[in-house]
Design a protein around this ligand. Structure first.
Ligand SMILES: Cc1cc2nc3c(=O)[nH]c(=O)nc-3n(C[C@H](O)[C@H](O)[C@H](O)COP(=O)(O)O)c2cc1C
Length: 325
């Protein structure tokens, strides 16, 4: 198989990665045997994600999938993050390394890519074994990120912070407006955004989106729902990095996708509760919950859940990949 063909396959895996509000904030360019991953600034949500943490983390998730695809084709992967200081939006260059035999684990990760979906439902009252949780922790560590599983007491504390975050963010009209642009009612042909029916509130219809976002106590309602879901999750975890630079966001994104694919293989569902990290005081309290002096970048709940009724759409390969040669 040609290198171009393998890299194209890597992009088709990359674009199935999770992204903040399903913005899919990435572009790919193949130059000969090099695949470039660019942050698409036009898809960055400045109100929701002022530091670009979530956008770069999303790119990290996409990069991880591309690497999985290359390894499953029987090659090592070579990655350079932020290779050109003059081009800060060039997140990574990816190349094939040396030929090697693909392992069963490579193939398992590859087959988990299309089966991984964010599942925001309440999780079933079924525990997750320590062995499984430890596997997730190891998957994060391999990507230079620490994953902390919170004790029941700390989980309760995090749940209260998540509820406080929801009350604050939905009190902000600019936040509501930006989030509203990425909630997609049933029947739309958009290939990005979150299908509204999959969110915690409302009906799938267009008026349902409008009506939900107009409710003055939306933050309190959502906060209460999220609080219960965090408390009811068998695993609540925080992913943290040593530093807080763009490169750490990309690394944490790679770790996040590594954890999510591993969770998929183990039959676990996952949902994100990271918005609270955008508030400095809440972030400081999450950091205290982990008990170490590292930067929390993501909070997740994991457990068992019934399958989803519908999944989030994606843009097509030709919308995001430029092959100039
Ligand atoms: C960095 C990042 C942050 C996210 N934050 C949230 C969140 O706060 N709430 C939420 O419901 N989903 C969150 N998501 C999940 C996305 O909404 C989801 O990945 C996207 O809609 C695509 O759906 P899929 O994951 O099912 O493919 C986040 C995803 C990423 C990568």
């Amino acid at each position: 198989m040609s290198v171009a063909h393998i890299l194209r396959g890597a992009v088709s895996c990359a674009i199935q990665a999770p992204s903040s509000h399903n913005t899919q904030p990435w572009r790919f360019r193949r130059r000969g045997e090099v695949l470039e991953l660019w942050l698409d600034r036009e898809r960055h949500l400045d109100v929701v994600d002022p530091l670009k943490r979530q956008a770069l983390m999303s790119c990290g998730c996409a990069l991880y999938n591309a690497r999985v695809a290359i390894r499953a084709e029987g090659w090592t992967d070579k990655v350079e993050l932020f290779p050109r200081s003059a081009d800060p939006d060039l997140v990574a260059e990816l190349r094939l390394g040396l030929p090697r035999a693909a392992t069963n684990d490579d193939r398992a990760l590859l087959s988990a890519i299309p089966r991984r979906h964010t599942n925001r439902r309440p999780f079933l009252d079924r525990p997750v074994s320590t062995e499984d949780a430890d596997e997730l922790i190891r998957a994060a560590r391999a990507e230079r990120t620490r994953m902390f599983r919170l004790s029941p007491q700390r989980k309760q504390e995090l749940a209260e912070l998540v509820a406080e975050c929801d009350r604050r963010r939905f009190a902000d009209p600019a936040y509501r407006a930006q989030v509203g642009e990425w909630l997609v009612p049933a029947g739309r042909l958009r290939k990005d955004g979150i299908p509204f029916a999959e969110k915690e509130f409302g009906t799938p219809a267009w008026f349902g989106v409008k009506r939900a976002l107009a409710q003055p106590d939306l933050g309190a309602q959502l906060g209460a729902i999220e609080e219960d879901r965090v408390i009811g999750a068998p695993v609540v975890a925080v992913l943290s990095t040593q530093a807080d630079e763009d490169i750490d966001y990309v690394d944490c994104g790679q770790a996040l996708e590594a954890v999510l694919l591993r969770a998929t293989i183990l039959g676990l569902a996952a949902a994100f509760v990271d918005q609270l990290l955008e508030y400095e005081d809440l972030l400081a309290r999450v950091r205290a919950l982990t008990g170490v002096d590292m930067m929390p970048q993501m909070a997740l709940r994991l457990g068992h859940a019934p399958p989803l009724a519908r999944v989030a759409p994606r843009r097509d390969l030709h919308d995001v990949l430029d092959e100039s040669d």
